[in-house]
Write a protein that binds this ligand. Structure first.
Ligand SMILES: [Fe+2]
Ligand SMILES: [Fe+2]
Length: 200
């Protein structure tokens, strides 16, 4: 898709490098899995749906952008390339679980178990990315800032396409102290894209 020449006006707080962006996604998803565990049954379907959508977007941007670039940057280093191959295989399995969950009703007797297994699976996958692949990637010449901005662009395009809201940070970061309650204050945060889309 045509990439705009500027990423300003994006909903991200500031350009982040690829690893920071992906790690933030990992945190968001892991919090959602925790929430799922604690939630009342009637809330679980919505949480599961959101987690599946966010993971779908996350997996897609990694597969389209991160993994191919990582392979290139690893340039024949077999062990590091294998990390990427393994990650790709893990994505395929995670996507099967996601499809299962999306096709299930929350009343299905395996619904909770399947979400839980997905959560465990993702936890393992995230650990490998963060403790093995990302540190290796930092040693390469890959421009992580530039990749970060492409990941962010693609992420928001996909989210828009899927009609998903941006993730809400679980805790307010640097902005306005106070107001920690989550209820309905998101639209004030300036962390939305309102209007920015219309002006290309
Ligand atoms: Fe991944
Ligand atoms: Fe990831």
């Amino acid at each position: 898709m045509a990439r705009s020449t500027s990423t300003s006006g994006r909903s991200t707080d500031a350009p982040r490098d690829a690893i920071a962006l992906l790690k933030e996604d990992h945190r968001t998803v892991s919090q959602l899995f925790d929430e799922f565990e604690k939630a009342e049954e009637e809330e679980q379907a919505a949480i599961a749906q959101r987690v599946c959508q966010l993971l779908t977007v996350h997996a897609q941007i990694e597969e389209e952008l991160l993994y191919p670039q990582a392979k290139e940057a690893f340039d024949g280093e077999e062990e590091s390339e294998d990390l990427v191959n393994e990650a790709e295989v893990e994505h395929a399995s995670a996507k099967e679980l996601i499809a299962k969950i999306e096709g299930m009703s929350s009343g299905d007797e395996h619904f909770k178990a399947t979400v839980k297994v997905l959560g465990e699976y993702i936890k393992h996958h995230v650990k490998e990315e963060e403790s093995e692949m990302f540190p290796q990637l930092k040693k390469t010449e890959l421009d992580l800032k530039e990749l970060g901005s492409r990941l962010a662009d693609r992420k928001f395009a996909l989210m828009e396409q899927m009609g998903i809201e941006e993730q809400e940070p679980a805790q307010p970061r640097k902005r306005s102290a106070g107001k920690t309650s989550r209820g309905g204050s998101r639209s004030k945060s300036g962390n939305r894209r309102s209007g920015s889309r219309a002006r290309h």
